[in-house]
Design a protein around this ligand. Structure first.
Ligand SMILES: Nc1ncnc2c1ncn2[C@@H]1O[C@H](COP(=O)(O)OP(=O)(O)OP(=O)(O)O)[C@@H](O)[C@H]1O
Ligand SMILES: N[C@@H](CCO)C(=O)O
Length: 357
């Protein structure tokens, strides 16, 4: 019996002004516990794969355990089929342990995509696939690189897409359904899916001062990423673009400096590209951003929406409970549900995806 574990961190995307660019891997981990019984030559399970799931929170019960539909195993299958392997080895068991809350802005789908790509590599014995190449596969599925970049490479990262040749631009616009074909009555057509162009995405690691902790306040409601993208405008004014450019030029330096400069970090985390528009989905967000500063809250450095929300991410050096309490109070004040449940956690930057045997 062969067994191994794939461990992928959660992540917070954007960190204020870095919309679709900056990601921070965080210390809540998705784990895939994989066993392969190669003594079996056939399996009763579709695609030779049994999927089990252990998770928590809203939506956990909706995770599809059919390997043809589950996001993680579908991504693995995409990687395998690009290498002419039509199914998992008989017989594979993937046990998913997922403490990352779904649809809350902590990169659950990014982690699932990265873990799935790594699963395809490992079960297929595709040792030639480097992390840089797996990034290309992930970017065929999750089209913004910030969450998948942080989940794959770890730490505090800036991510960017390479200008592509016109024919390759067309290839990253491939509809998701073609990259990950939904099962057509369970019948495998034998077609090879479109392979990712080489070098779609790149990343650079920024320094992080370890005195800075990430306090994640996780409200008990879901904001699907596609919904949070629909509320964004398709064009921005020049002053708003310049506002974000000025701050993004500061952010990676500000969060690496020792000792941290609270005023600089507070300024560097401001945003005019996504947060003001997402307030309609996360009542209280603007009030939190506008009412908190290093002068009003001891230990506070800055605050932003985590990814597409609704999680709020505060950066701080101390007074974590006080800061979380104030944010929870403001969320409850502006939410229709005055008893809104909110979980909160103090998180650290995390390592990228690792496989242990
Ligand atoms: N471990 C998992 N297994 C299968 N599907 C998953 C898993 N994790 C996430 N998903 C899918 O991803 C969806 C959530 O993705 P979505 O992009 O809306 O939010 P998120 O990734 O949690 O937040 P954000 O992208 O803002 O950080 C879930 O509803 C589910 O369909
Ligand atoms: N950059 C993305 C991250 C969410 O997945 C967004 O904010 O929409």
């Amino acid at each position: 019996m062969e067994s191994f574990v794939i461990r992928t961190p959660s992540s917070s995307a954007n960190i204020g002004p870095g919309f679709d660019v900056i990601g921070l891997a965080l210390s809540i981990y998705l784990e895939l516990h994989v066993t392969i019984d190669r003594s079996k030559t056939t399996s009763d399970h579709p695609l030779n794969c049994r999927v089990t799931y252990e998770g928590q929170g809203e939506g956990s019960g909706d995770i599809d355990l059919d390997p043809q539909n589950n996001l993680i195993t579908r991504v693995a299958l995409y990687v395998l089929r690009c290498h002419d392997q039509r199914a998992f080895p008989a017989e594979t068991h993937v046990h998913i342990k997922n403490p990352i809350p779904l649809g809350r802005g902590l990169g659950s789908s990014g982690a699932a995509v990265v873990a799935g790509a790594m699963l395809g590599k490992e079960v297929g014995g595709l040792t030639h696939l480097t992390d840089a190449r797996l990034f290309d596969y992930c970017l065929m599925i999750e089209r913004h690189p910030d969450n998948v970049g942080a989940a794959l490479f770890g730490g505090f990262v800036g991510t960017y897409l390479k200008p592509l040749k016109p024919e390759d631009v067309a290839r990253i616009e491939i509809p998701l359904s073609e990259v990950l074909p939904a099962p057509a009555g369970g019948v495998d057509t034998g077609e090879r899916p479109p392979e990712p162009p080489h070098g779609i995405g790149h990343h650079i690691k920024f320094p992080w001062n370890n005195d800075i902790k990430a306090v994640a306040i996780i409200p008990d409601f879901v904001v699907p990423t596609h919904r949070a993208r629909e509320v964004l405008p398709s064009a921005y004014t020049r002053p708003d673009v310049i506002f974000n450019l000025q701050r993004i030029a500061l952010l990676p330096v500000a969060l690496g400096q020792s000792p941290p400069d609270p005023e600089l970090i507070h300024l560097a985390m401001q945003d005019k590209v996504h947060q003001p528009y997402r307030q309609v989905l996360i009542p209280g967000l603007n009030e939190i951003v506008e009412s908190m500063s290093p002068n009003t809250d001891d230990g506070f450095l800055g605050v932003c929406l985590s990814g597409a929300g609704p999680t709020i991410l505060a950066l701080a050096t101390r007074n974590f409970e006080g800061i979380a309490g104030k944010i929870i109070g403001t969320l409850r004040q502006y939410n229709k549900n005055k008893d809104l449940r909110c979980d909160w956690k103090v998180l650290e930057p995390a390592e990228g995806t690792k496989v242990t045997r």
